[in-house]
Ligand binder design. Sequence first.
Ligand code: GLU
Length: 424
Amino acid sequence: MEKERREKPEFHTPVYEMALKQFDIASEKLGLDPNVASRLRSPKRALIVSVPIKMDDGNVKVFEGYRVQHSMVLGPAKGGTRYHEDVNLGEVSALAMWMSWKSAVIGLPLGGAKGGIRCNPKEMSRGELQRLTRRYTTEIFPLIGPDRDIPGPDVGTSEQTMAWLMDTYSMQVGYSVPGIATGKPVNIGGSLGRNEATGRGVVYVTMEAAKRININLNGAKVVVQGFGNVGYVAAKILYDMGCKIIAVSNSKGGIYNKSGLDINRLYEFSKEKQNLSDSKLGDKITNKELLELECDILIPAALSAQIDGDNAKRVKCKILAEGANGPTTPEADQILKDKGVFLIPDILANSGGVTVSYFEWVQDLQNFFWKEKEINEKLKDIIVSAFNNMMFLTEKEKVDHRTAALMMGIKKIADAMLIRGLYP
Ligand code: GLU
């Protein structure tokens, strides 16, 4: 036990092993230099912090927080901040690694990082969340900075979280630093279009995939797991385009209507009540059942490892657009490939968020802000060309879409490492 503990680093949890498996498949196909590969299999830096805060009842509670930087070869590290009960070092490390590939695959001059706190934000008051965010920011202060590592939002965090983070950092240094975080409200240096960017990006690549396999989006049946910033926005845009959104869920439960759900009414309901199953807009459905519905487009936009070796056999979609990070395990990948599912891998499908985060950071550094139309056009241009490059490599190398996308990202980082050389 002790020996095994010493041989395997602390971050080697099942989610991390999943990220490694994907990396190993792609790096083998690339014929990657083993010295480069062994460095990229681990994070560059990982910081674990204790975050003590006074709860509303007067007691002090200590939360565990993390900031992991996987790679900074291409530029400052970039990645979201997750507040969730399951956050741990392995998950944050896997998410940081995925951020490296994601930024590289779409060609951003950024590295990969991720942060998070193990907590349940849904059960915390606004005051508690503010104190938690401020203390966490102070604890990770040595690692972050507008030219080092720029946090953004992720599951369980919002524009408000990013505003507190930016304010805390600014208070420490004595002046306003909008470029320290992205996903901020627009009036303090946030970017127009950032809030919708991840969902919008999912839609852009889904439209490209649909063209390739001749699916008419008008009336196409869509299933979305997750009704947060990614799932809701993707569902809403597709709904407005004429797709039939037949099922949607959030962490509490889901709702199914074979004639199509009214997404506007569902959204209004979701503001009031947590469980979508209670919306009476269709039949109740569980998160698990929803993944197995027959549909044209399935968008998992919640957490990782939702489609695995067990349920992949029963997945009946034509396009799988991964809004979430790591929703499909390597075992499931193989099954879905054999079934001919058109996969749009997470590092490409959900890269709209970090793309517009990059735009936000650039605007903050220049103190010059762009129009929303310009932002959406630039986003579309970047994500669609990355999609086309992935398709080209898929055909050229006879690999699946995930492996092609990973190969593109990994190669970009590996080439930069080799030309920069090993220090010292
Ligand atoms: N959470 C986003 C993601 O997983 C990125 C956050 C950011 O903009 O840095 O891609």
